[in-house]
Design a protein around this ligand. Structure first.
Ligand code: GUN
Length: 282
């Protein structure tokens, strides 16, 4: 049976360390790290994520600035808001919750965020830094996966890793971080022929494809490490990952649950990026 990596516990410990760092920044330098979160529209999942991010900020003693815009907000109003947040010295990190409403050009918005405050790491400049192997703000979810691997004592060096999923938020940056850690990386996705055969080659599997319980036990090489980035809502309202936990747990050496694995780490890494951004002002 696989060892289950407790992302919730690891994230809680990181958040406690950050709380202490925040206190030192405040006491010694008079700086309170501040995160601005912008959400447009009422997507229920986004609302939940944004609420969790705000709460985590406040628990860490950081400032959180919440900007909730209607779903029919114009792109220009959103760009103007980002311009003001770029200029606001109390704001060290700016996050625009994705997805944005369909009439807004996501890329234009992401490019409007100052690269110095881009704690999601989605600005093309920061994507470029990640690509050349010197990231300033590594995207939060892939960074959270790297941290889970580190804490669990799993070194990707020399390992064959298959990342299932090719999104800009997870799959692509995940592959780049693993590559920088000297893994041999394959990016597969929902249209990869013989996906099961590809996944079976992996020493480490990272599932970020957005399909409920798609990765089954028979896909997993005995003793492989399985990291589940997926969070899918089932028709009955419950949440599940991209990995079929019950059939995989008997084949893997390590597995992350979903929920309770990677998700909590994403928030911890967001806070960490924001604290690092504030520290750059000291
Ligand atoms: N939507 C889903 N994941 C993310 C994320 O990490 N950051 C932002 N801004 N939006 C998201």
């Amino acid at each position: 049976m696989a060892h289950v990596i407790d992302g919730k516990k690891i994230a809680t410990e990181i958040r406690e360390d950050l709380r202490q760092e925040v206190q030192i920044l405040r006491d010694r330098h008079g700086i309170v790290p501040g995160l601005a979160v912008v959400i447009a529209g009422a997507d229920p999942a986004s609302q939940v994520y944004v609420r969790m991010k705000r709460k985590a900020c406040e628990q860490a003693g950081m400032a959180s600035f919440h900007h909730e815009l209607p779903g029919d907000v114009s792109e220009q109003v959103l760009l103007d808001l980002i311009g003001r947040l770029n200029a606001d010295t109390a704001v060290h990190g700016i996050l625009t919750q994705l997805p944005l409403p369909g009439h807004i050009c996501e890329q234009r918005v992401l490019e409007a965020i100052s690269p110095d405050k881009d704690v999601d790491g989605f600005h093309p400049y920061n994507v470029g830094l990640l690509t050349i192997g010197s990231p300033r703000f590594p995207p939060c979810t892939p960074q959270g996966v790297m941290e889970l691997l580190r804490v669990a004592g799993i070194d990707p060096r020399g390992q064959r890793v298959v990342v299932v999923g090719r999104s800009n938020i997870v799959g692509k940056p995940m592959a780049l971080l693993l590559l920088a850690a000297h893994a041999t990386v394959t990016i597969a996705h929902s249209r990869t022929p013989e996906l099961m055969r590809v996944v079976r080659e992996a020493d480490i599997v990272v599932a970020a494809v957005g399909r409920p319980r798609m990765i089954k036990g028979e896909w997993i090489k005995e003793g492989a490490v399985v990291i589940d980035v997926g969070t899918n809502r089932l028709p009955d309202g419950s949440l599940c990952g991209d990995v079929d936990f019950d059939s995989v747990v008997g084949h893997a050496s390590f597995i992350t649950p979903s929920p309770g694995g990677v998700g909590p780490m994403t928030i911890a890494m967001l806070l960490q990026n924001t604290v690092n951004s504030a520290k750059a002002r000291v």
